[in-house]
Design a protein around this ligand. Structure first.
Ligand code: NAP
Length: 185
């Protein structure tokens, strides 16, 4: 599997193994976070072609600068873990920066499956994307072992995301479990 030009948002922490895998399978990759430089330096030292864009997406003028910086660059794959404002950001990026078959892998927290949020925006909000852009949502769940539950490790999160990157066109998948909700740690 080989990607041309990929965009990673929020992959410098728990998703760093997945971010490195993506860089290794991309002709070039761009990493967006508040301080992505160390991570991209590491990617470049490992022989990948990575550049960074610093942006705090909670600061409106930095968000606007990000949109300007991305311009009309075309990305065939976008991997995003975004704490706040993900839906409008993904909509904006996909309308300017998509190819005729861009995939977006959107990683979301367990709360995405919280039954208490059913029927609320939080539970149902999805970005409206152009027809040629496919959205794959990866929900972070929890593990149940010997009757006890625990949150996912960073390794499990990244491996689950790599699995999604390798598997084309699955609308939604869960790493671990989100049911029964009462079992969450
Ligand atoms: N099962 C679940 O539902 C679930 C869900 C979420 C988290 N977790 C756990 O919670 C822990 C912490 O999660 P986390 O998201 O804080 O860790 P993280 O993935 O390690 O860090 C968040 C990522 O987003 C970037 N980021 C954060 N705020 C940003 C902003 N305002 N603007 C731009 N980029 C920003 C960070 O880079 P910069 O610092 O460079 O900006 C980093 O790349 C993890 O250990 C994980 O296991 C579990």
């Amino acid at each position: 599997m080989r990607f041309q030009n990929t965009l990673q948002i929020g992959t410098t922490g728990m998703l760093s193994i997945a971010g490195e895998w993506l860089a290794a399978h991309s002709e070039k990759t761009t990493v967006v976070s508040r301080t992505p430089q160390l991570f991209t330096e590491q990617l470049n030292n490992h022989g990948h072609r990575a550049q960074s864009i610093s942006c705090n997406y909670n600061v409106p003028n930095q968000l606007q600068d990000l949109i300007t910086n991305l311009g009309t660059n075309k990305y065939d794959l976008i991997l995003a873990w975004i704490h706040k404002g993900a839906v409008p950001l993904l909509e904006e990026i996909s309308s300017n920066c998509s190819t005729d078959r861009t995939r977006i892998i959107w990683v979301v927290g367990s709360d995405f499956h919280n039954p208490a949020k059913e029927g609320t925006n939080k539970r149902t909000e999805r970005p409206s994307l152009p027809d040629h852009v496919s959205l794959e949502i990866v929900v972070l769940g929890f593990q149940i072992e010997c009757g006890r539950s625990r949150w996912l490790s960073h390794q499990e999160i990244s491996q689950g995301v790599i699995g999604a990157l390798k598997t084309l066109k699955k609308d939604e998948s869960v790493i671990g479990h989100t049911k029964p909700w009462s079992s969450k740690p």
